[in-house]
Design a protein around this ligand. Structure first.
Ligand code: ZN
Length: 248
């Protein structure tokens, strides 16, 4: 096993898979407490947003180093890619947390949004792994934890559409599986062409920030008070940055 884990691509595969499967744990609050309140969904969105902000901050400060220009250009590509894909898919104006009164196509649209969202986080894992294995693992771990509240919101929406709880958990994992493929491909590309590393890190930072601003925070403000959303997001971000500071 240790010989296998010395293969860096396998390390990426294992940790990205762990992050993807963590999304299934989002079903636990529903199993324990039943239906979740709107406020709880807002805080789940804020928690996920804060963890993503923490990851973006670390990719910028610990990952990018002094490759400012390529990193900035990559970030612009990341922001642009999120905006473009949302427009192309027709999901830019979609209410991502509609628990009722949604049309028959809404279920697949929300799955699509979550799948694209997870793909950009795959870029983050792959790019971080190319910086160093411990940095990649801490990034994958933070995104694994963030996949739990994101899975929580998704399973609640799917449950509202009549999907059974455990099926919803499976769908939450499925929406994140492409994260594994994208992480491995990003890692392989950057390993083969190291000059692409600041671009990959920049794309990850730009896309994470854009996803937080366009998808998670606007929804959360409809569900809970602005002050509590800001506090939860900032605390989550601070935890990621603070824990990275005490790491090896
Ligand atoms: Zn996310």
């Amino acid at each position: 096993m240790s010989a296998l884990m010395s293969d860096p691509t396998l390390v990426v595969l294992v940790w990205a898979s762990l992050a993807a499967f963590a999304a299934g744990l989002g079903v636990v609050p529903r199993l324990v407490r039943g239906s979740l309140s709107r406020g709880a969904l807002g805080w789940a969105n804020a928690l996920a947003a804060g963890l993503m902000l923490g990851v973006a901050y670390l990719l910028l400060t610990d990952g990018l180093g002094e490759a400012y220009w390529a990193g900035s250009a990559g970030a612009a590509v990341g922001v642009g890619a999120v905006i473009l894909i949302r427009r192309l898919l027709g999901t830019a104006e979609l209410d991502l947390n509609a628990l009722r009164h949604a049309g028959p196509e809404y279920g697949y649209q929300v799955m699509l949004v979550n799948t694209v969202h997870a793909a950009f986080e795959g870029v983050a894992i792959g790019a971080a792994m190319s910086v160093s294995t411990p940095f990649g693992i801490s990034t994958a771990l933070a995104l694994a934890i963030h996949n739990v509240p994101e899975g929580m919101v998704l399973t609640e929406i799917l449950h509202g559409r009549g999907v059974r709880t455990l099926h919803a958990a499976t769908l939450a994992v499925a929406a994140n599986l492409n994260q594994v493929l994208v992480a491995v491909v990003t890692f392989a590309l950057v390993s083969a062409a190291p000059a692409a590393q600041p671009w990959a890190l920049g794309i990850a930072v730009g896309s994470l920030l854009q996803l937080v601003l366009a998808e998670l925070l606007p929804e959360s403000y409809h569900q809970a008070g602005h002050t509590s959303i800001a506090l939860v997001a900032l605390l989550a971000m601070g935890m990621v940055v603070g824990l990275a500071g005490v790491g090896p």
